[in-house]
Design a protein around this ligand. Structure first.
Ligand code: HEC
Ligand code: HEC
Length: 288
């Protein structure tokens, strides 16, 4: 029993990246803004709706985010020193976004899609940080998760990560074109499309054998469609039609860009450069 507890404690301990994982890098805030939009950070880190006068365009955090285990309040990503990321070091930010470990060394709940962000090059994560640091600071204190036994759950997540957190970096497929690879990167890394579109196995890890084939909605209600055969099944005329769907969404009659979170994803995708949307559409329509 004691040995079992000891083993649990050791295996479930957070395993942060060392400070040496941060490369020498001149941050590019414009690239950071693009990845921030592709990553949908603002969709979850919205301002607390109970506080009047907050700028809704800033990710000051505190809005409720419902999950099957309870309500979470994605925290403040503005550079406020007291309540935001203003006093965080590069490595603290990288460990939160790529390993799901908070500044005070606790496991973060994977409703925050760090399992996908883990696949990004560290330099891209530093660019997102540079973009966030360029925003005006907003004071917006952290709200505690409405999750029973959050402390034990957080520690137990260490075990889950041991089984389910794949930290291999995204790699280009050298047999494919540059456009296909750009699409693959945006979908698998920042875009975290698989977090909803790939079903999960018994361990609640992405079932890579059914990559982007759709399944039950991770928030517990409804279904997420497969992203295979988007053209063959006549849902889109061609890749250009899919680009129009990403740019214009439901209001243009693309009715599968609405419910269950896709409407928000679509409004973030609409901010990406045309070339990046073409890359995503080209990549997705290669799945037969
Ligand atoms: C699907 C919702 C969702 C998206 C998208 C999302 N986050 Fe979060 N994020 C969360 C939640 C929920 C937490 C808190 C988890 C917890 O309490 O364990 C969190 C926590 C964080 C933290 C830790 C903050 C702290 O004070 O501990 C950072 C940093 C962060 N997110 C950055 C980002 C960035 C950067 C992006 C975009 C690239 C992003 N998030 C996208 C939901 C999300
Ligand atoms: C929060 C969960 C979630 C995320 C993340 C997500 N999707 Fe979706 N997606 C959905 C749901 C749910 C639908 C169905 C919406 C509807 O019917 O209105 C959908 C629909 C779609 C469709 C339309 C499929 C059809 O049958 O016409 C496409 C294309 C799509 N998503 C692509 C993406 C891409 C690309 C990403 C990543 C950048 C992404 N999705 C991320 C939940 C998500």
């Amino acid at each position: 029993m004691v040995l079992g507890l000891l083993a649990f404690w050791l295996v479930s301990a957070p395993r942060p990246l060392p400070a040496s994982a941060v490369p020498a890098h001149t941050a590019n805030a414009a690239n950071g803004q693009l990845l921030y939009n592709a990553g949908g950070c603002k969709s979850c880190h919205k301002p607390n709706p109970d506080v009047a006068g907050l700028d809704s365009s800033l990710p000051s955090g505190g809005a409720p985010f419902k999950t099957p285990i309870g309500t979470l309040y994605p925290p403040n990503l503005t550079p406020d020193i007291e309540t935001g990321i203003g006093a965080w070091s590069d490595i603290e930010f990288v460990n939160a976004v790529q390993r799901g470990i908070s500044k005070d060394s606790q496991h973060l709940i994977p409703a925050f899609p760090y399992t996908s962000y883990a696949r990004m090059p560290v330099a891209d994560v530093l660019d997102i940080r540079a973009y966030l640091m360029s925003l005006p600071p907003v004071a917006s204190p952290k709200r505690d998760a409405g999750v029973p036994l959050a402390f034990i759950l957080r520690r137990g997540l260490g075990l889950w990560k041991w089984i389910s957190l794949d930290t291999t970096a995204w790699m280009p497929d050298t047999t494919q074109s540059e456009g296909w690879n750009r699409g693959s990167y945006l979908v698998n890394g920042p875009g975290h499309c698989g977090e909803c579109h790939t079903p999960r196995n018994l361990f609640m890890a992405s079932d890579t054998s059914r990559f982007l084939m759709g399944g039950p909605h991770p928030e517990g209600v409804g279904k997420v469609p497969s992203l295979h055969k988007l053209i063959e099944s006549k849902r889109y005329k061609d890749a250009a039609d899919l680009v129009l769907a990403f740019q214009n969404g439901e209001s243009f009659g693309y009715e599968h860009m609405s419910a269950g979170g896709m409407g928000q994803v679509q409004s973030n995708l609409a901010k990406l450069p045309q070339g990046d949307l073409e890359a995503i559409a080209y990549y997705l329509t290669s799945f037969k």
